[in-house]
Write a protein that binds this ligand. Structure first.
Ligand code: 8X3
Length: 240
């Protein structure tokens, strides 16, 4: 049974990792998807796959969430049913570098804060008003365990996820009377491109992060996201 038929889900960071796994998990439940990310070739491949395997409608948008005007234009360009977004998955995010605070690369800091914090805010700012108009919606933000505890050399990445936690809490109180649910998903270590990107393509270093234990997979997290989204309307999973 397709339990999310006729639901519209907007996913950022949909080209890989947890975003892509979520697109697949939600399509498997019959949801129609707006998939957004920077890498259009990967999105187009995914779009074909989702249409063929799950027979859902898919709208693909090339989007860099850091670009405020592009986010505005992308959301303004939505027409018809695509404006009735039921669920927003704010997945786009990344880590860059791991250094002591006094040795960090400020370009890396900008990238993390611009994507994980400002990008999430820009997308939310454009999409939530479409939800408040309909007095219905669910925002699911990808936080992290790093948004609750810091670790050595994690400084700015952790700060960006602490910010996601604060933003999620704020959304929850600000949107309570608009019938909009807000959930934060806070994974620990997930084996995706995350560490390869963090270490600028150094695959050996990335692999070493997951040595000695079995890391979570993108699919594990997508299942959790889906579970939160499928609770009855009166149930808000604040943090998972
Ligand atoms: C990912 C968690 O511990 O790999 O957000 O930084 S961690």
């Amino acid at each position: 049974m397709a339990r999310l038929q006729n639901k519209i889900v907007f996913i950022t960071g949909a080209s890989s990792g947890i975003g892509k796994a979520s697109a697949i998990a939600f399509a498997n439940e019959g949801a129609d998807l707006i998939i957004a990310a920077r890498r259009i070739d990967k999105l187009e491949e995914l779009e074909i796959d989702l249409r063929e395997k799950y027979k859902v409608d898919v709208l693909t948008i090339q989007l860099d969430v850091r670009k405020k005007m592009d986010v505005k234009k992308a959301v303004a360009s939505l027409t018809g049913k695509w404006r009735d977004i039921d669920i927003l998955l704010n997945i786009a995010g990344l880590a860059r570098g791991m250094s002591k605070i006094h040795e960090g690369d400020t370009e890396h800091w900008d990238e993390m804060i611009d994507t994980n914090v400002k990008g999430l805010l820009y997308v939310s700012r454009e999409i939530i008003p479409l939800m408040t108009e309909r007095m219905e919606g669910h925002v699911i933000n990808l936080g992290s365990i790093a948004g609750h505890e810091v670790y050595p050399n994690g400084n700015v990445y952790c700060a960006s996820k602490f910010a996601v936690n604060a933003i999620s809490k704020s959304m929850r109180v600000d949107l309570y009377d608009k019938n909009i649910r807000v959930t934060t998903i806070d994974p620990g270590m997930v084996d995706t491109e995350f560490s390869v990107i963090r270490f600028s393509g150094d695959k050996e270093r990335a692999k070493s992060v997951y040595e000695g234990f079995i890391p979570l997979t993108a699919e594990d997290i997508a299942e959790t996201i889906l579970w939160c989204a499928m609770r009855p309307p009166h149930v808000n999973i604040s943090r998972s």
